[in-house]
Design a protein around this ligand. Sequence first.
Ligand code: ATP
Ligand code: MG
Length: 594
Amino acid sequence: MTTEQTPDHRSRRSRSAFKLLSGYLWRDRPLLIRSVLLLLVATALDVTGPLLAKVFIDDYLIPQQLDGTMLLVLLAGYLFSQAGAAWLGYRQTLGFTEIALNAVQDIRERVFAHTLKLPMRYFDTAMSGQLVSRITNDTEAIKDLYVQFLSVVLGNLMLLIGILIAMALLDSQLMLAALALIPTVFGVIYLYEKFSGAAVQKARSLRSDINAQLSESIAGMSVLQACNQQQRFSQRFDGVNQHYYRARMSSIRASAALLRPAIDLLSVLVLIAVVWLFGLQVEAGVAEVGVLYAFLSFLGRFTEPLAEITQRFNLYQQAMVAGERVNRLLAEPAQQFSHAQAQITAGKVQVRDLHFGYQAEKPVLNGLNFTIEPGQFYAVVGHTGSGKSTLLSLLLNFYQPDQGSIALDDQPLDQFGHDLLREGIGLIPQEPFIMAGSIRTNIDMGRGLTDSAIETAARQAHLHGMISQLADGYHTGLGERGTRLSTGQRQQLVIARALAASPKILLLDEATANVDSETEQVVQQALHELHGKVTLITVAHRLSTIKRADQILVLAHGEVCERGNHSQLMARENGRYQSMYRLQRQAQKVARRS
Ligand code: ATP
Ligand code: MG
């Protein structure tokens, strides 16, 4: 996912990231102002220390006027200023951390909420690991910006200014020599950013590749091990890891070569200049030893903030890269749903001249036409890849047709608001999705159903018997992806989930995985009982399950090539359905004999 690197692009992108990040500062401005004020006072107290020492040296020590009370006052002042600086420094860090954690929490919620609203099309190409890394790592990098970058950089910047002011009070000539350090250091930062910017960005994008590969491997562990792919996956992982290592090394090399040594060298040069200037003052007979002491102690503290600021710069870069990526995700257009209040009341489905393709050049559906009256049982069959699941996705408005229309109860599909559409249509997908949680939560799916509604749905799916034999009944926990259940039971659970909302239209994408004939009977029985009550559209792989269908649509190359009920289709000479049915019967007989 590396994108263009032109300077113009980069600056535009960091500007958008900057807007996202600064928005939170504005939102929390009372806290921000308080933290900055604390920081100001802490800095003022901090630089008072050496000033007091200067007073002690020049006014008391050198003239040998060691007055007891005055010394005590100076000592107390010194202790108070240093302790106060430490305490206030702690308080301001807390303040910035609070702003940071608020911001991260909010960004994370926003990103996740937005992800949930993205159209299905987005997930066709998105890698789940990358999305996860957007929501976790990238938002974490943004937090670093606030805590580390803001509090450390702002703090050190103020310390620098404080020191400069204190220096100016002591001796403006010497202060100017120290001041020369600042533009030089910023020159170094500029060079650093120039050399390491691209490497930092690359490292981050590789890190999300690492996440993506890990989550892919873990999700597909059984296939991976069964196909003996461990070595290949591990090599592929090593490859990305190696890339990451190189990208990190090159960014670190830039910083190690440039930052610390360069700044240390510069500060030694300034030290020499200060001592030399002081030497001139001694010759002129205007020098004060206390001033030299204070300067040396300030200079010692001077390079530290500069080094800190430069080193935090890569945090700033990382946060900008992360902010930009989060921003890009937030800018993905969410799926739009109408606010119209159309409701599915009867369950009539009308499909007119439906054309659709995932990619423009590869049409999947080529002009489908059919009308299903409320309560009818329709079956869709066809070879694998003929577009059966795609048709169901279109009926659910997951994707929008390229041409033609879909109407429910004589109203166009886009007239239905999101909630009302999902209430009216139930989906039993080809791959049942089970969440980690109890059986009850898996049927309820956050809809707040009553116990009796859940039990009714489970009975309709012929699952109640099995559940009541479990020690914990409906509260039995299911592992992630429902590995505790058999494939057939998972299918039944998903049927119960779909039925629990009492939909008017039920879409069923029959699992291709082999379900034993007993479970198949149960599923079939459950569907048979619904016949006439809800409009049923079933994608069938086992043709024996749809003998009772009112109408069977046979899909081939995105078109309906045959339609009719089971006996009509069986009566057709050389019909596609007939030959599919014969083939399956033979296969079953062979299977039974063996
Ligand atoms: P099966 O019987 O195996 O379930 P199907 O009839 O349900 O097959 P679909 O899943 O509708 O087939 O797929 C129809 C075509 O669209 C296939 O060629 C498939 O490669 C393609 N396709 C399906 N989903 C996507 C997607 N998300 N992005 C791009 N192409 C897709
Ligand atoms: Mg399918």
